[in-house]
Design a protein around this ligand. Structure first.
Ligand code: MV4
Length: 494
């Protein structure tokens, strides 16, 4: 195992990685921007170095500064987390030049999966089902018309350099095709500097089901079951759960072995995710994410694995400790992303100072956060405050537990997505598990009405809280306030 690694990321994921380091006896090096001097991950690390000004381009994306710190501090490896440099093949190449191990797959694999046409080609060759469509870039409109005709409308025009939802257009009839092609090309050119596009059959209201992969450097690849990530808004996931409500042992065996084949066919190593679109019993490869994902904790909850620890062990050239047969799914896990956003105002970002904070606890509850009382959320980065993860013996218990945990969660000073999650956990369609990627859009009025009710109730609680303690006073005041909040809440329910 390594003696010391550098974590090239911030916030909750930096702490998540450092926690695995601490358990493994590995020293952690934090790199932080000037805006993150007082961040929890900076304090949590064994050693912290500044890497520049607040903007990502001047700090967390600045490879030279990060590599300088790695060399100076004697870190043997770099963990990139998610976002920032995590799926930039240059990082692995630079690490290699400096004799530093990157905790992730090889740059060539990241590159191949980053190009969606290449990914489709490779997957098709490996016998992985892909959405019907083209395996080469399209430039000619006449050719596009023929292809769209043969696969049948509606079709989707996608940028090859895209992913995560940028550079996509649905086309329902031939008349719209030309305009859609031109606009997708220009979006792709300006967003990625690459105007290459391709065409796929449009899958309506699919589920997004993804398989977690672990692959060591000795040719062993396993999956640790699936996650259902259909509850999203504008390509931002909001709620994830594992297992998927529709999964059966037979389907898991089938999709899982295909996901393993997808990864091993390209020589994938370390942790990764194979994404599928699922609709009416059919499933198709969508993308492969070559990083640890935000929602990895729900897979940890149902398998008992520490996926970040596995990543470090794999990078240290250990063999996987588990065979596929030894991976068992136990119970049900749900993750709610708690963001500093106003769900009643189109999820507008709402960074600022957290003037009151108490996170939930008790059986089956996990909070991965990067914040604390009186911490100011900087406006330079994404707005995630924390991830609230619960485990239950079954889905119903997980939902009740999430409701209970959300009701305990106190965050004052910034608006958060907690009301959205409370509304979702009480939503009968969610309860039935009939999920798809358009769920939030389709039920937006129902969700909005329920959120307003939730916020009204919460506001009454908040007033009682405020009269009990002044935010700037000692933390002890918080627990007093919390007890009174709990009592008030219990009374209001009677
Ligand atoms: C699709 C699709 C339907 N049909 N492709 C969105 C993100 C990008 N990675 C691919 N996406 C989609 N591709 C075909 N042929 C629907 C989506 C999609 C989606 C996929 C996964 C999770 C959320 C989504 C939300 C809207 C659309």
């Amino acid at each position: 195992m390594f003696n010391k690694i550098l974590i090239a990321n911030r916030g909750e994921i930096a702490i998540r990685v450092m926690r695995a380091c601490r358990e493994l006896g590995v020293k952690s090096v934090a790199v932080y921007s000037e805006a993150d001097k007082n961040a929890l991950f900076t304090k949590y690390s064994d050693e912290a170095h500044t890497i520049g000004k607040p903007t990502p381009a001047q700090s967390y994306l600045n490879m030279n500064n990060i590599l300088d710190v790695a060399e100076k501090s004697g870190a043997e490896a770099i963990h990139p987390g998610y976002g920032f440099l995590a799926e930039n093949p240059k990082l692995g190449k630079e690490c290699h030049k400096h004799g530093i191990k990157l905790i992730g797959p090889n740059p060539s694999v990241i590159e191949a999966m980053g190009d969606k046409i290449t990914a489709r080609k490779l997957m098709k060759k490996a016998g992985v089902p892909v959405v019907p469509g083209t395996e080469k870039g399209i430039t000619d409109v006449e050719e596009a018309t023929e292809i769209a005709e043969s696969i049948g409308y509606p079709v989707m025009i996608k940028a090859s350099a895209g992913g995560g939802g940028i550079g996509m257009r649905i086309v329902t009839e031939e008349d719209e095709l030309l305009r859609a092609i031109e606009s997708t090309k220009s979006v792709a050119e300006s967003a990625f500097g690459d105007a290459t596009i391709y065409i796929e059959k449009y899958v309506n209201e699919p589920r997004h089901i993804e398989f977690q992969i672990l692959a060591d450097e000795h040719g062993n690849t396993i999956h640790t079951a699936e996650r259902e990530c259909s509850i999203q808004r504008r390509n931002q996931k909001l709620i994830e759960e594992a297992p998927s409500p529709i999964m059966t042992p037979e389907l898991r065996e089938k999709m899982g072995s295909i996901a393993v084949r997808a990864a091993s066919s390209i020589g994938y190593t370390n942790a990764g995710t194979v994404e599928f679109l699922y609709s009416n019993g059919e499933f198709y490869f969508l993308e492969m994410n070559t990083r640890v994902q935000v929602e990895h904790p729900i897979s940890e909850s149902i398998t008992g694995l520490d996926l970040v620890k596995e990543q470090l062990k794999i990078a240290a050239e250990n063999k996987l400790d588990y065979s596929q047969d030894e991976i068992k799914v136990n119970g049900h896990a749900i993750e709610c992303r708690i963001n500093a956003e106003d769900p009643l105002n189109d999820f507008a970002p709402n960074p600022g100072k957290i003037t009151g904070y108490r996170s939930p606890g008790g059986i089956g509850v996990r909070v991965d956060s990067g914040v604390y009382m009186n911490y100011t959320i900087p406006s330079y980065y994404d707005s995630m405050i924390s991830k609230l993860i619960v485990w239950g013996r079954d889905r119903n218990e997980a939902i009740s537990r999430m409701q209970r945990a959300l009701s305990e969660y106190i965050i004052l000073g910034v608006k958060t997505t907690i009301p959205f999650h409370k509304a979702m956990m009480a939503n009968p369609h969610f309860y039935q598990g009939k999920l798809h990627t358009h769920f939030v859009d389709n039920y937006k009025n129902e969700i909005y009405d329920n959120m307003q009710k939730v916020v009204k109730e919460d506001r009454i609680m908040e007033e009682r809280l405020k009269s009990t303690f002044l935010p700037s006073k000692r933390v002890a005041a918080v627990s007093a306030a919390v007890s009174s909040y709990m009592t008030a809440h219990a009374n209001s329910k009677k």
